[in-house]
Design a protein around this ligand. Structure first.
Ligand SMILES: [Zn+2]
Length: 314
């Protein structure tokens, strides 16, 4: 009889489900539903159980053949415990105990932070899976996850891998990061930072970028076409990512840096610039660590969550 695990990615807006066939982890079915907004402390769990039951029924799968459920959630997690999750209005909760109340006894549950889980998903998605990676998500927020020897790094309280809050810039700024500090990677490489820098430079320099309708794509397209403002902005993103990577390289020494998130859609153009800067900043033999683009995009959470539970039950 076929056996399965679920990978579930719980976000503030949607909950995504992936049903994976063991042992080869083939993604058999996907499903997506809206995240309930009322009484989230209980309603999200009810919705998860309701959705799983519905998927099982639709594909004629017996609960006996579901061995485990992996869950990605948008906040720091330590040993399945969440102190505070503003995106889901959860407080003081053991997520796996909460979910297991509704499940047959044989079903295992594993939980971790979504960016960390995405790192695991990405690391497992290449023809030859990577064991030790640093994964970046570059977008509105800058985050990431760290996998060492196949294990996700949560740290002592769940803040391990919050690479967007590494201090990298001593540029003068009035802007304080969400974490309360200044000069975080997110504050110089996130979407808002990109737009701010375009606006600032365009006061003194001519640019083909339409300042009224700023998008990350327009900024990168302008850079690729040789626009000097676009080039400076993209170059700054690349340099700060490279500086942060050079620090992480001497801390965790990964096999590879994987670059994901909306900004990474700039592709090889951005990657090449990051590598150029990285080689200047890297110490010892860490300059050899390659950078690659993320592969799975929005499915990284599902895939990573499924691998997290697979690793737990094996
Ligand atoms: Zn910060």
């Amino acid at each position: 009889m076929s056996k399965y695990v679920y990978g579930i990615d719980v976000g503030g807006t949607n909950i995504k489900f992936g049903l994976f066939l063991l042992p080869e982890m083939h993604l058999a079915h996907t499903y997506e539903t809206e995240t309930p907004v009322v009484d989230q402390q209980t309603s999200i769990f009810n919705k998860i159980i309701e959705s799983i039951t519905q998927i099982n029924n639709e594909y004629n799968i017996n609960f006996d053949d579901i061995l485990g459920i992996g869950i990605a959630i948008p906040c720091p997690v330590k040993n399945d415990y969440v102190e505070h999750c503003p995106n889901l209005n959860w407080e003081d909760m053991n997520v796996s105990n909460e979910l297991r109340k509704h499940l047959p006894k044989h079903v295992s549950v594993a939980v971790s932070n979504d960016a960390t889980i995405a790192a695991l998903g990405e690391s497992q998605s290449f023809d030859k899976p990577y064991n030790s990676v640093v994964f970046y998500t570059l977008g509105t927020g800058v985050g990431g996850g760290i996998i060492i020897d196949g294990k996700i790094l949560e740290g002592n309280t769940g803040f391990g891998g919050e690479i967007g809050h590494m201090w990298v810039s001593n540029e003068e700024t009035d802007i304080t990061c969400g974490c309360g500090s200044k000069g975080c990677l997110e504050q110089v490489c996130g979407t808002a930072a990109i737009f701010r820098y375009v606006k600032e430079l365009s006061k003194d320099e001519k640019t083909s970028i339409d300042i009224k309708y700023l998008t990350v794509k327009n900024v990168f397209d302008a850079a690729k076409a040789g626009d000097s403002v676009g080039l400076k902005v993209v170059n700054r993103v690349a340099e700060y990512v490279a500086i942060s990577a050079s620090i992480l390289a001497v801390v965790v020494d990964p096999e590879v840096f994987i670059i994901g998130g909306g900004i990474s859609r700039a592709g090889g153009f951005l990657l090449d610039l990051i590598v150029d800067h990285y080689k200047k900043h890297a110490r010892f033999s860490t300059y050899k660590i390659p950078f690659i683009l993320a592969k799975t995009g929005n499915s990284a959470g599902l895939i990573g969550a499924a691998h997290l539970i697979k690793n737990k039950i094996q």
